[in-house]
Design a protein around this ligand. Structure first.
Ligand code: SUG
Length: 448
């Protein structure tokens, strides 16, 4: 049976803003307090979805979340009408209001870890919502992420959903941003590659000194168990703590994999040689021919990789088997990175083409092309079981761009977050969106 990888892109929500909320994420910190343009952000994301669809890839869309998250503010003790809750929070605890307004759910690579049915014991596609426990503004995403994923992948015969891991630092889980899958064909059993930043219980693993390591080994192991993966189909590897301290807060900022190929920076991992050997051996036993493309630090420094987001790219297999790399325009503006990419595509290797996208609004918060998508490998039967409302088509693209034009502001600053009118605008927009995408009731304001 034919299988393919579907990219579900996060639709940017109407409260997209620069809150400076992510310590350890250089872009989020350096653009803090700048005014954002939510409309432009959403349209930039939609343009990427449309372009991929037009190139022949199956493309999906993942809905944003209800923000400001009034229910969360209430759980922190703010009372009264919704407008009063927002105004009190603005007066007494602005950082909490900013956190409860973040549109960070757009980076759906962090929504969940996904294992395709070919890898799992019960032959279903497994999803574990990520607890995103390291950052408060992200830790409030998983209940709605679970409901939205449940509405998209509803048939229990094909899809299994696991709740987020315990909400403690020892089980910090950032979802697919630290997970890659290698395979010969999307429909065949592959090797799932889990990358962690530290161990919570085993002191033999080194940890970064400056910035937090968001993903623990124990969280990755728990997800592999929940998904019913076999030892022969799993490799765990540690991120180099030094690159976390240089701003690599997720592994997808320093490496990307697809099919039989790992594209990575020389400094990305600890014990790289052993890890590559393991990947080669395990994929080999599954009939695959593992290939790695190492970008040497002499050509692209870790700093250039973090600035340009070279590795936060989408590596896609085209119909002829060659691969396409989708990069943000920041790669073109960085001379060394652009030169490296020119060399890569003229080398005659598997990566045959590079396409550039303008995702500046998201990039300024540390979210590139790869952050904006959740990959789900599906066979034909499973694809047919996905809620058709979330699969991108030309008419859906038109509807969504009109919806954005109608509901989104073109400028948002911190003071605007205290405006109760913003909540009304967001709820009106999201209520309409759930009808467009045929999701049913998934938001707290629709349920309670
Ligand atoms: O978790 N930024 C996100 C970016 C996530 C990128 N995702 C992947 N690499 N897969 C984060 O740090 C910034 C929000 C703000 O500062 O307003 C933020 O949450």
């Amino acid at each position: 049976m034919k299988s393919c990888e579907v990219n579900f892109d996060g639709l940017v929500g109407p409260t997209h803003n620069y809150g400076g909320l992510s310590y350890g994420n250089v872009a989020s910190q350096s653009n803090s307090q700048q005014s954002s343009n939510p409309r432009e952000a959403a349209l930039q994301g939609l343009a990427k979805m449309k372009a991929l669809m037009e190139m022949g890839f199956v493309q999906g869309v993942l809905a944003p979340q209800e923000r400001p998250d009034v229910a969360t503010l209430r759980s922190l003790g703010f009372v009264g009408t919704d407008a009063q809750v927002i105004q009190q929070a603005a007066k007494q605890a602005m950082p909490l209001l900013v956190a409860s307004c973040s549109a960070s759910s757009m980076w759906v690579a962090n929504a969940a870890t996904v294992s395709p049915s070919a890898d799992t014991e019960d032959g279903r596609v497994h999803f574990t919502a990520a607890n995103l426990n390291c950052k408060y503004h992200r830790s409030i995403e998983h209940p709605t992420s679970s409901r939205v994923l449940g509405a998209m992948f509803a048939e229990q015969k094909h899809f299994a959903h696991h709740a987020a891991l315990p909400a403690v630092a020892q089980f910090g889980d950032e979802g697919a941003a630290n997970h890659t899958r290698f395979c010969r064909d999307y429909g065949e059993a592959g090797v799932e590659f889990f990358v962690f930043g530290r161990s919570a219980f085993d002191t033999r693993y080194p940890a970064p000194q400056k910035y937090p390591a968001r993903q623990t080994l124990e969280a990755s192991q728990a997800v592999a168990r929940l998904h019913g993966l076999q030892d022969e189909g799993v490799v765990f590897a540690q991120q180099n703590p030094a690159v976390i301290d240089a701003g690599v807060f997720h592994n997808d900022v320093i490496a990307v994999g697809n099919g039989e190929v790992l594209f990575y920076h020389e400094d990305a991992f600890l014990n790289t040689g052993k890890m590559l050997g393991e990947l080669q051996g395990k994929l080999g036993k599954r009939g695959g021919n593992f290939q790695s493309i190492c970008v040497p630090r002499a050509q692209v420094s870790v700093e250039d990789a973090v600035r340009s987001y070279l590795f936060n790219s989408q590596l896609l297999t085209r119909a002829d088997g060659s691969m396409l790399l989708i990069v943000p325009q920041e790669c073109r503006s960085n001379e060394r990175v652009w030169q490296y990419l020119q060399g890569l595509i003229s080398s005659g290797g598997v990566i045959a083409e590079v396409k550039v996208f303008d995702l500046k609004q998201s990039m300024q918060n540390g979210g590139g092309p790869a952050c904006l998508r959740l990959r789900v490998a599906l066979n034909e039967t499973e694809l047919a079981a996905v809620n058709p409302g979330v699969i991108m088509t030309a008419p859906l693209y038109d509807t969504l761009t009109q919806w954005v034009d109608k509901h989104y502001r073109d400028s948002l600053s911190e003071t605007d977050l205290a405006d109760p009118q913003l909540l009304i605008e967001c709820r009106t927009a999201l209520d309409e969106l759930t009808q467009i995408l045929k999701l049913g009731s998934v938001y707290p304001f629709q349920i309670n």
